[in-house]
Write a protein that binds this ligand. Structure first.
Ligand code: UD1
Ligand code: CA
Length: 453
């Protein structure tokens, strides 16, 4: 039977005190709503309907390209009303699962366990038992333990409110049943809303069995209403990632001081010092060492490479046994071959740095092809930009660039050529040549310094 997921995301999220719709606030670098959509995709939903209202245009723009069906709920008249808006687009023979754009950490396994309990004449609720159930809808069971209905906090009697098993909000059933029940909802309750929770009593009245299952931890059904709650879920999520990394053979100096906002894969015996942030897709080969305070996004790092503290790497391919930093900035399009070194206060961009080549200090290497075993002295700058266009600097293998040289691109330096320190190189240098392009030194005898009167 096909599964269609309806995600409620129309609420304003007043307590976030934000101009951004709540469901766009990021968890691990990704909007909460995107987490929920990806969970629905992981469950192989044949259709995903997202009910939007507040900030709908912004939500649709930022969560583009994920093939969901957007459903507009102009007025937020309640969770039941929200689901009803999506039903016309749902196939009548499908199963329906209702999720929430502000409940980002529900796992596909937990949801599959709930779906597995469904069938004809069945309606499913994901419930959780809380020490403090305040604010949630309570699951009311009869003497046999069968679920009878859900009572909202604002509508409950003292006895009902004493129940600690609560409604996570996540429910599932057959589309045909949803379509039959939703139009019957009324709003004669404390909040004047059309409650999705009232479907439970309707199911029971029709002789359905209401099935329930529980997530392994309550975190999976926690919603985000404030920035504090978002931060708490972020920490839980990051902790889980850190545990996975350690289980996979990586050492973390402090599991509470690493943030992964994307996918980080690590080889064996990787060690990561404190305060590192990884985003996008990053892969670290065996025995890679990452110093403190590094920020790395969309990069592959070969085995045995050492990244010293305070380095920033973005969209780069780093080979094996390279050394980077401390304080290096590796910008997009940098490719470093095996054993290459980029040291402190060096910026690279669209640069191919050959095997064993070194840019040890204080340089800018951009739009450059650097051969093997090249030594680039401190303060070397590739002048790649004339204010309009970018040009390339090409260095052959074995090149030696003296300190404080400016290489004005387009320019080619042949194999084993040498550039004297302090040169401004504006023309090509052939293989094995020495280029000296600087004012010649004059020493003036008997020079008198000016004296104060
Ligand atoms: C709801 C449940 C409650 C459950 C709790 C779990 C109902 C009536 N109550 O209460 O039993 O314990 O969730 O958190 O369902 N939304 C819309 N459109 C609407 C109304 C809500 O999209 O018209 C969205 C909100 O943006 C929010 C979610 O649905 O993300 C839940 O709505 P909310 O009003 O916060 O329900 P709760 O009072 O938390
Ligand atoms: Ca809520």
């Amino acid at each position: 039977m096909s599964l269609e997921v309806i995600i409620l995301a129309a609420g304003q999220g007043t307590r976030m005190r934000s101009k951004r719709p709540k469901v766009l606030h990021p968890l691990a670098g990704k909007p909460m709503l995107r987490h929920v959509i990806e969970t629905a995709q992981a469950m192989r939903a044949t259709a995903i309907h997202v009910v939007v209202g507040h900030g709908a245009d912004q939500v649709k723009t930022e969560i583009a390209d994920c093939g969901v069906n957007w459903v507009m709920q102009s007025e937020q008249l309640g969770t039941g009303h929200a689901v009803a808006q999506a039903m016309p687009a749902v196939q009548p023979d499908a199963q329906v699962l209702v999720l929430y754009g502000d409940v980002p950490l529900t796992s596909a396994e937990t949801l599959s366990a709930l779906m597995a309990l469904l069938g004809d004449q069945r309606y499913g609720i994901l419930t959780v038992t809380l020490d403090d159930p305040t604010g949630y809808g309570r699951i009311i069971r009869d003497d046999q333990g069968e679920v009878q209905r859900i009572v909202e906090q604002k509508d409950g009697s003292a006895a009902e409110l004493a129940v600690t098993e609560v409604n996570s909000g996540i429910v599932a059933g057959n589309a045909a049943d949803f379509s039959r029940w939703l139009p019957q909802l009324g709003n004669a309750n404390a909040q004047g809303e059309y409650y999705l929770t009232d479907l439970t009593a309707m199911a029971v009245a029709e002789g359905f069995t209401v099935v329930t299952s529980q997530p392994p931890t309550a975190v999976e059904v926690e919603g985000v209403n404030s920035r504090t709650q978002l931060e708490q879920l972020e920490r839980v999520y990051q902790r889980a990632i850190a545990e996975k990394l350690m289980a996979g053979g990586a050492s973390l100096a402090d599991a509470s001081r690493i943030d992964v906002r994307g996918e980080l894969s690590t080889g064996q015996d990787v060690a990561i010092d404190v305060n590192c942030v990884f985003s996008g897709e990053v892969s670290l080969g065996d025995e890679v060492l990452i110093g403190a305070n590094c920020v790395i996004s969309n990069a592959t790092v070969g085995a045995g490479t050492v990244i010293e503290p305070n380095s920033v790497i973005e969209d780069a391919q780093i080979g094996r046994r390279c050394t980077i930093g401390p304080f290096a900035r590796i910008r997009p399009g940098t490719v470093m071959a095996e054993g290459a070194k980029v040291g402190n206060f060096v910026e690279t961009k669209k640069a191919n740095i050959g095997k064993g080549s070194k840019v040890n200090h204080l340089s800018y290497i951009g739009d450059a092809e650097v051969g093997e075993k090249v030594n680039i002295g401190a303060g070397t700058i590739t002048c790649n930009y004339d204010g309009v266009n970018k040009y390339k600097t090409v260095m052959g293998s074995g090149v030696f660039i003296g300190s404080n040289s400016a290489l004005v691109a387009p320019v080619t330096i042949g194999d084993n050529a040498t550039v004297a320190a302090g040169s401004v190189i504006t023309g090509d240098v052939a293989a094995d040549q020495l280029a000296v392009a600087r004012g010649k030194q004059r020493n003036i005898d008997g020079w008198k310094r000016p004296k104060k009167a």
